[in-house]
Design a protein around this ligand. Structure first.
Ligand SMILES: [Fe+2]
Length: 260
């Protein structure tokens, strides 16, 4: 009898333990499923956030392009000047400071450098002869006007703002509007000055054909440590011809219309 009772008690205990184990397994599965759902929700939230960030980023790019086009539309003979300068500038920036090149504001600033020209009267902007002192004064206001325009735009309040304000400063302090010199000029603006001159020398104008890239290299080298930051000039020398030629060709003049 005693053995039978013990068997019954052991059997009961095994059943109870099995039931307890099954309950623990069910609880564990439920927790795993809950965790799986949590991970899915997290992934979906991240995907949504990424999509929203991409929409915002595309909106920024579209806004900058629209503003750039509005500026360039008044200056038909320069074609895609801003686009070319931005491409040249990014090549130089990548060699000097890859982090600066990767900052979207750097490209935005390169594209928008002349946004302040919206305030320059057509008669001055398109004057075929040399500007007089007063007209030159108005023209030289465009970096400050541009700076004021972009300073109201949150996503342009860093490098973009600095490029717009300082893109006509010179390494030797003889530029404008603030006549700052050397490394006081933000790096992106020093790089821009070289890219801008490269484009000015190599672009066709109604009154002359653009010079070769080799000629532009020689001319810019002459301005190293006076007009230009030597480091930016060295970077230009390090960019292969075929890259510069490709930029020049891909963003070739789209309109040969004379200035209105
Ligand atoms: Fe300018």
């Amino acid at each position: 009898m005693a053995v039978g009772k013990l068997d019954n008690e052991l059997g009961g205990e095994v059943v109870r333990l099995r039931a307890e184990l099954a309950a623990q397994e069910r609880a564990l599965r439920a927790k795993e499923e809950e965790f799986g759902r949590y991970i899915s929700r997290l992934r979906e939230a991240l995907r949504k956030e990424k999509r929203q960030a991409e929409v915002v980023s595309r909106s920024y790019v579209a806004a900058v392009r629209a503003l750039t086009n509005a500026v360039e539309a008044r200056d038909a003979y320069t074609g895609k000047h801003a686009e070319r300068v931005a491409a040249y500038g990014l090549e130089l920036a990548t060699l000097i400071d890859p982090e600066l090149a990767a900052d979207p504001e750097t490209e935005f600033g390169f594209l928008l450098h002349d946004v302040g020209k919206v305030a320059v009267p057509d008669a001055i902007l398109h004057k075929p002869s040399a500007l007089n002192r007063e007209e030159m004064g108005l023209m030289r206001q465009h970096p400050v006007t541009g700076f004021e325009i972009v300073s109201h735009i949150d996503f342009l309040d860093g490098n973009a703002q600095r490029i717009v304000r300082y893109h006509h400063e010179r390494w030797d302090g003889e530029g404008y509007p603030d006549r700052i010199k050397g490394r006081d000029i933000p790096l992106a603006a020093r790089i821009f000055a070289v890219a801008d001159t490269l484009d000015a020398i190599t672009s066709d104008r109604p009154y002359r054909s653009g010079a070769s890239i080799a000629d532009a290299r020689r001319e810019i080298a002459l301005g190293s440590a006076t007009q230009f930051d030597p480091e930016a000039v060295d970077a230009l020398m390090a960019v292969p011809d075929d890259i510069l030629e490709r930029i020049r060709t891909e963003t070739a003049l789209t309109s040969t219309a004379a200035p209105a």
